[in-house]
Design a protein around this ligand. Structure first.
Ligand code: RNT
Ligand code: ZN
Length: 420
């Protein structure tokens, strides 16, 4: 098996070499790209704070595939399984509701790094970076549909305190692990029906964010990001934190902007926004998802838009300014497989982009030879990419091709099916 893979790689290396593409260099670059796996695919955005609290905030997870993680130990074991089937060294993205409190109850505005010590140890042992998110939903104080934009000062203050607490936790994670944590603020605030006042809540939100970000933190430990959205379930008519709101906020305040691929009108694409936003924003966070007709958060697949996003990151030279995070939740299939499929697809898209003969393509474009440009782009689609991908998996000691599926099945039999 290994011999065949190596032979196929040797041929692929020559094919790409003829176009001026160095496959060894592409793999060396790929190895240094971390993808941040979102913890919440493992348990349908449940968390451990209150197992009976339903998911709200306009989010919805559908499906009831058996075996979901119910405890921090189970979630870590499942994540370990997924990570063992994904080539490369990556990151893990936590939400505040995943605090490891050992039975104690601490409200969200009182959370500290101590409540994430178990996660930090877990990440350190695996040489994983951590990313973080305050959780502004699934909580009684979010029930009105307004958090940081609330005109109830008590409610607003509570959520500001939560934001401040989470940035400090992010900084502690980043410091402990030697790689900055991206702490991303997303709030569900909006309204079901047409509001009279669209301005007021946005003024309150800007003030709340300024209060959250007031404390200077070392960017070597924590980076702040803000995430916009178009609408949520039950908040279809107005979203306080819209794209224009956060684009302006991020550029004026110097935070990162988070672009979630499901948070735009269905014919808008994030692949076109990257080069526009990076003209003015220092860095970007991506939440790579797959919207199907709406912000459905389907598992990421190797579709045209995923490929286009990766192409923009590589062609634009943006890999060091863009943090790649995943954001999907599907409970209708094995949750570990969902992580593996989505992450492997993200990495495949990056490899495809790294294997493009960018100079040849740019040459055609700059000469105005759009015939060659189109012809070449289409011919590239059938080059022996699979041989390079297989070789990468082999070298990274993870299953080649569909072999990972057998490992997920075995884990399902031995571990997930016993969860009752
Ligand atoms: C919601 C946002 C947000 C969440 C996670 C759970 O629409 O995409 O990023 O998915 O924070
Ligand atoms: Zn998101």
């Amino acid at each position: 098996m290994a011999k065949t893979i190596e032979k196929a790689y040797e041929i692929a290396r020559q094919v790409y070499g003829d176009l001026g593409v160095d496959t060894d260099a592409a793999l060396a670059r790929l190895e240094r790209i971390a993808v941040s796996l979102h913890c919440w695919q493992g348990d349908d955005v449940g968390g451990f704070e209150n197992p009976d609290a339903g998911l709200d905030g306009g989010l919805a997870v559908t499906g009831n595939y058996p075996g979901k993680a119910r405890t921090v130990e189970e979630l870590r074991a499942d994540a370990d399984k997924a990570l063992s089937l994904i080539p490369g060294t990556h990151r893990f993205n936590l939400h505040a509701i995943y605090a490891d409190m050992g039975g104690r109850r601490v409200d969200r505005n009182a959370l500290t790094a101590e409540h994430f010590a178990g996660w930090i140890d877990w990440a350190r042992e695996r040489v994983l970076g951590l990313d973080f998110n305050p959780t502004f939903f699934s909580h009684p104080k979010a029930a009105s549909g307004r958090t940081l934009s609330s005109d109830d000062e008590g409610i607003r203050r509570f959520w500001v305190e939560h934001g401040i607490a989470c940035r400090r936790i992010g900084a502690a994670m980043g410091k402990a692990l030697g790689t900055p944590t991206v702490t991303n603020v997303w709030i569900p605030d909006g309204s079901k029906d047409i509001p009279v006042d669209r301005k007021g809540p946005r003024e309150i939100l800007a003030r709340s964010l300024d209060e959250i970000f007031a404390e200077p933190l070392d960017p070597a430990h924590n980076l702040d990001a803000v995430e916009s959205k178009l609408f949520g379930i039950g908040a279809e008519s107005y979203t306080v934190g819209s794209h224009e709101f956060y684009l302006g906020y991020a550029v004026s305040r110097g935070t990162l902007l988070c672009l979630d691929t499901g948070h735009f009108h269905p014919t808008e694409v994030v692949s076109d926004k990257i080069s526009a936003v990076l003209m003015f924003a220092k860095e970007l966070l991506l939440h790579v998802s797959r919207p199907v007709r709406w912000d459905s958060d389907h598992v990421v697949i190797l579709d045209d838009e995923l490929r286009a996003i990766a192409q923009q990151l590589v062609r634009g030279g943006y890999l060091d300014r863009v943090h790649i995070g995943l954001d999907f939740f599907d409970a209708s299939i094995n949750r570990i497989a969902a992580w593996v499929i989505g992450t492997r697809c993200m990495i495949k898209a990056l490899l495809l982009a790294l294997l493009e003969p960018v100079d040849v393509l740019l040459g055609a474009e700059r000469r105005g030879d759009f015939t060659a440009r189109l012809g070449l782009l289409e011919e590239l689609k059938t080059l022996p990419f699979g041989a390079v991908w297989d070789y990468y998996c082999l070298r990274q000691s993870v299953p080649v091709g569909r072999a990972w599926l057998d490992e997920v099945r075995a884990y399902e039999r031995e571990v997930l099916s016993r969860r009752g």
